[in-house]
Design a protein around this ligand. Sequence first.
Ligand SMILES: *[C@@H]1O[C@H](CO)[C@@H](O)[C@H](O)[C@H]1NC(C)=O
Ligand SMILES: *[C@@H]1O[C@H](CO)[C@@H](O)[C@H](O)[C@H]1NC(C)=O
Ligand SMILES: *[C@@H]1O[C@H](CO)[C@@H](O)[C@H](O)[C@H]1NC(C)=O
Ligand SMILES: *[C@@H]1O[C@H](CO)[C@@H](O)[C@H](O)[C@H]1NC(C)=O
Length: 486
Amino acid sequence: MLKSWRCCLSLFLLGVLGPGVVSAGHSFENTAIVRTVELGGSLVHVTTTYAVKALEDGSRLYTLALADSEHEKTSWLEAKIKGEAAVLSLEEFGYSPDGGAYLYTVELPNALKANGTANLVVETVQTHVTYPWPDQAAQSDGQSLKYETDLLVLSPYHTAVQRTKIRSPLPQIHSYTTLDDFDDFTTESPVTKSGATITYGPYYNIPPSSNKDFIAEKQKHVIVHYAYDNPMLEVLSLKRTAEISHWGANLNIEDKVHLQNSGAKLKGHFSRLEHQSSQYYGRPSPQMLPALTLHLPAGIHSAYFYDLVGNVSTSHLRVAPSVPKGVQSNLNSVMELRPRYPLMGGWNYSFTLGWDSPLRDYAGWDKQTGKYIVGVPLMTIINGAVVNDAEIKIILPEGATDIDYSPPFPSLHSNLSTHVTYLDTIGRPAITLHYKDLTYNHAGTIYVTYKAPFSTLLRKPMAVAAAFISLFLVGFAAKRVDIRIK
Ligand SMILES: *[C@@H]1O[C@H](CO)[C@@H](O)[C@H](O)[C@H]1NC(C)=O
Ligand SMILES: *[C@@H]1O[C@H](CO)[C@@H](O)[C@H](O)[C@H]1NC(C)=O
Ligand SMILES: *[C@@H]1O[C@H](CO)[C@@H](O)[C@H](O)[C@H]1NC(C)=O
Ligand SMILES: *[C@@H]1O[C@H](CO)[C@@H](O)[C@H](O)[C@H]1NC(C)=O
């Protein structure tokens, strides 16, 4: 699921120019490609810099290639010109069977003249690319992971020189593929390790590589085995429900999180004594997760945190004051969640976390269209975790019409349904979005617009009426409970 919605132009191009554009690799040359892989736990950050030279006047659309396996594990991709903040438009062309790779077109900010150059920086985040090795560890053992990747960066263009650097978070690298018998594109054996970094290359004079023959004959596979002393977190599933209430002037957000420590599985039984003594000596087992620190929005109230057993009281919340809408601010409320038990490798923890916010911090009203606009945060980042599967449901006020929504990046699928609770007469419209493999780069805002003329006009009188109605409802609810008990 890639960030490729800046598409209007490229859709047009695809229609007019056809896929020929994509496979025609004559308009550029790579004077250098440098790839840097920052190894992590569940997430691996890859930065690839392409120094490109145009071979014809008017070259503007540069084609990127991702190998099939790389594409499958890339959950986020963004291209920029080196040193600039603007994100370049990117269009996904899908899998090219002749190329044996997935192709993307990046639109450079200016067309290049022949011999004109640009430095393109492509950042990706890979998920599900590392695995614990050995896959079991005793409570006091360390943890190590393996990362596997293809060595050469594919490109439809000729490449003068290429390097790949793989950087581990710690200098303890147990092993790495040395490629002793690989002498294409190089005269020496250019694999070096320095501290926590392994450098492959330079490799010179690589022909266009995004084609099946090259991949079959020349591509190399490398494996790095490195120490990793943090838990490896996966959110197996996240269900966020955001409920907009004009009545209460409230935005309620509730997350149901199914968290897993997918690091090395705990060998044998968990010993609380060993755990406590290792805490005491300041050497907690590296793959264990004792607590989570989450950054929640400013201005929240009535936060709650419970798991299958009940309320969890061992959590702390420090609330930052509300930030007026539209003001850039880094203020966050900080919540420290301490699960009931330390999360060892292979263990799961399911919990529910929710809070209320003043609706005015998120909502506005557009005079011109007569529509409300509400910005709903897509998710709360859990540091270092990949969210395998996310469902985000936004429940609008009853009677909302003319509903429109724009997520920060396309969802796998989305749908508009009706959410009925027993106090509703006609049910509330609800928007549901599905995502896969979300990372720290995916914490955007979903903008929802809708008309709710009834509540706008009658909000004041209704607020007065509400007091009476709620008295009535309390009675009503009590009655229902009574009936059930009998
Ligand atoms: C581009 O560079 C090459 C080699 O330096 C040179 O032969 C060629 O004339 C240049 N083309 C243009 C249009 O400047
Ligand atoms: C959990 O905590 C909330 C708020 O503190 C309280 O209203 C609720 O009754 C508690 N539930 C249980 C089962 O203790
Ligand atoms: C963790 O949850 C997953 C998915 O629900 C399940 O398949 C797995 O067996 C659970 N692991 C443990 C140790 O309970
Ligand atoms: C929309 O979502 C609801 C709830 O998740 C589901 O029951 C329904 O089948 C979905 N509709 C479509 C068309 O996907």
